[in-house]
Design a binder for this molecule. Sequence first.
Ligand SMILES: *[C@@H]1O[C@H](CO)[C@@H](O)[C@H](O)[C@H]1NC(C)=O
Ligand SMILES: *[C@@H]1O[C@H](CO)[C@@H](O)[C@H](O)[C@H]1NC(C)=O
Ligand SMILES: *[C@@H]1O[C@H](CO)[C@@H](O)[C@H](O)[C@H]1NC(C)=O
Ligand SMILES: *[C@@H]1O[C@H](CO)[C@@H](O)[C@H](O)[C@H]1NC(C)=O
Ligand SMILES: *[C@@H]1O[C@H](CO)[C@@H](O)[C@H](O)[C@H]1NC(C)=O
Ligand SMILES: *[C@@H]1O[C@H](CO)[C@@H](O)[C@H](O)[C@H]1NC(C)=O
Ligand SMILES: *[C@@H]1O[C@H](CO)[C@@H](O)[C@H](O)[C@H]1NC(C)=O
Ligand SMILES: *[C@@H]1O[C@H](CO)[C@@H](O)[C@H](O)[C@H]1NC(C)=O
Ligand SMILES: *[C@@H]1O[C@H](CO)[C@@H](O)[C@H](O)[C@H]1NC(C)=O
Length: 372
Amino acid sequence: MAAARRRNHWRLVTAPVLLVLLLASPCRCTGAAPATTMNATTDDDLRALLSFKALINGDPEGALSSWVNTSDPCGGWRGVGCHSLRHPRRVTSVELTSSGLSGTVSPYLANLTFLRTLNLSGNLLAGTIPRELGSLRRLSELDLSDNNLQGEIPSSLTRSSRLRALLLGRNSLVGEIPANLSHCRHLEVLDVGVNNLTGQAHPLLLGLASLSNLKKLRLYTNNIVGTIPCSLGNLTSLVILSMGRNRLVGEIPESFGQMTKLRYLHLAFNELSGTIPASIFNLSSIRQIQLSHNDLSGVIPNDVGSTLPNLEFLLLYSCNFHGRIPGSLGNASQLVMIELANNQLHGSVPLNIGSLRNLETCRCSKHWRLLL
Ligand SMILES: *[C@@H]1O[C@H](CO)[C@@H](O)[C@H](O)[C@H]1NC(C)=O
Ligand SMILES: *[C@@H]1O[C@H](CO)[C@@H](O)[C@H](O)[C@H]1NC(C)=O
Ligand SMILES: *[C@@H]1O[C@H](CO)[C@@H](O)[C@H](O)[C@H]1NC(C)=O
Ligand SMILES: *[C@@H]1O[C@H](CO)[C@@H](O)[C@H](O)[C@H]1NC(C)=O
Ligand SMILES: *[C@@H]1O[C@H](CO)[C@@H](O)[C@H](O)[C@H]1NC(C)=O
Ligand SMILES: *[C@@H]1O[C@H](CO)[C@@H](O)[C@H](O)[C@H]1NC(C)=O
Ligand SMILES: *[C@@H]1O[C@H](CO)[C@@H](O)[C@H](O)[C@H]1NC(C)=O
Ligand SMILES: *[C@@H]1O[C@H](CO)[C@@H](O)[C@H](O)[C@H]1NC(C)=O
Ligand SMILES: *[C@@H]1O[C@H](CO)[C@@H](O)[C@H](O)[C@H]1NC(C)=O
């Protein structure tokens, strides 16, 4: 009895307090405002995301099942992030990767005014890359790699001046890489490898050479033709240069020796001629040299294993190198693969390569291949 009376008393006292709290809540708890109080701009985000969903016609893993009109995109929609401090209710990232999504990419994603990251890599998206995405002024990372996208790379994308990463590799894109990409001064990563892109290498690379923040440049497996300008060596932050399987001609510029952070030099399967510039054998940062299937000639320096101590891959087969197999290979302790066959090299493989712990393949002559 006493307990019940006490409970009633409690109710009487708390009721007005709760009422005051309820009245005060709209200004106190803005962070947790329910969907019904979302303002007009947040509604735009909702509509844009639903229009994206509407063009997805295959979603085998139910990646978009949490995307429903009655809820708040910032309240737990899978792959949607709202990370702006000043605009906590605006969508800043959409990341739906390797989810088997098929369909096309909605141009209305361009209505996500606050979007910084769009990552739809590893799906089955087809159709073209919407031109409209170029109006996303805050876009910093655009990753549409590993899809079935067709058509050209819209040059309007270059209007996203804060772009740091543009990854469109492994699609079926055609046409030229937009020349005015060189306006994207913050670009650090450009990967358009394995498409059907065409165009002249020289003017393209001349433009890209001014992007001083560029760290990764992947243009491999396309149909880019012509010579490499010396100024590409100005990219002193470059770590990965991958332009194999194109139709590059002429010489590898001596200026590449300025790229002191370079780890991967991949230019195999082109029509490059001349010698490998001596300056490249000075780049102690280098891990992989892949220059096979070119018309390169000259000798491979005998001390290459000492000047390039981090070398993992030395792939120089099917060129025109002459002279001796470098005696210092056994000194490059990280070596994994050596391919020197189909050249005019002579001499024997240095005995001490047997002590290289990571070595998997040494193919040093037409007639034999050493597998360890
Ligand atoms: C409405 O949206 C604007 C723009 O994003 C934002 O600044 C404002 O804080 C929002 N208001 C509310 C009540 O969420
Ligand atoms: C979301 O639901 C509201 C209310 O039912 C409706 O008016 C609106 O058209 C819907 N929006 C979309 C994009 O489906
Ligand atoms: C996109 O934004 C435009 C202009 O604000 C608006 O007219 C249109 O309805 C929006 N569409 C979607 C699907 O969000
Ligand atoms: C996009 O997502 C994939 C898979 O999670 C990731 O490997 C990749 O680095 C992301 N892209 C960017 C630009 O961060
Ligand atoms: C690049 O060229 C296209 C087409 O001419 C244009 O729409 C775009 O605004 C240009 N980008 C820059 C950054 O000037
Ligand atoms: C490039 O085009 C050729 C012929 O038009 C086609 O056979 C090939 O599959 C295409 N490659 C890619 C990666 O789309
Ligand atoms: C870029 O390289 C070229 C040729 O190698 C050189 O003449 C030019 O001064 C360099 N520019 C900058 C900004 O370093
Ligand atoms: C290699 O580096 C040394 C020491 O930094 C320098 O003296 C030499 O000129 C360089 N050689 C080439 C070919 O760049
Ligand atoms: C390999 O390294 C050792 C120790 O640094 C050095 O004495 C030797 O000359 C090197 N061998 C070659 C062929 O460069």
